[in-house]
Design a protein around this ligand. Sequence first.
Ligand code: GLN
Length: 275
Amino acid sequence: MSKYGKLLALIVIGVLAIAVLGVAGCSTPAATPAKTTEKPAVDLKLVTSGQLTVGSDTAFPPFESMNGNVAEGFDVDLMGAIAKEMGVAKVVFKTEIFDTLIPTLKAGGKFDVIASGMTIKADRAKEIDFSTPYFDSNQSLVMKTGGVYKVPADMASKKVGVQSGTTGESWATENLVPAGATLVPFKDAVSAFTALQAGNVDAVVNDLPVSADVIKDPAKGLSMIAQIPTGEQYGFAVSKDNSALLKAVNDGLSKVRASGEYDTIFKKWFGDLPK
Ligand code: GLN
């Protein structure tokens, strides 16, 4: 074979190779639509398209707190895993005072979903739609370490910190005020516990898993005086006019539970599996 003949042969082989690869390459996009159909076929109505914007009171560890300007916690990881199942690549947490989460969601335009350790309650469910429950919770009463108290009897003339607009505040209103306590409202749980450490209030009523996290640090000098079995369940919340999003969140949550990812996230933040 002449020099040119060899070159021509190489070129022919090259072209054939490219053709074969090309055909093989064509079969890859053919497989892609099959993958896409795993994602919900609906076009989700979102405040910012392609992103799930989440409203949250980010002073409620270990469910949500700010690490610099990055939100972290159980709700943050769970919402992220659900969004992935929904086919939404990006999740952005926006901080909002707990008390204003529902009216802001209702007003629209700021966030798509609430993930904020929010208890599913009939009066709230009139305003917004809740997902299926994702966490079981109770209330608790925390005081400075050292005393022994009966709750509610020994709360007479005590100043009790509560978080405005929460189930803890409702429980304290119904059970501690009649026993003679004065309630002091705070905008979030962290502020209430800070006031307790500073001696500005005598006790704090708050969701048990959050209190358990606070008292873990012995340097804070706080103890859980009472566990209060209110039998609450947390749910994510969406606007009543976004049933497609509610379905996507519920479907995503059941997939995350079925895959075992829920348990992995639970262990990461609580050290053990849900009881
Ligand atoms: N679970 C409580 C409620 O829904 C408190 C939630 C919170 O403070 N983030 O009222």
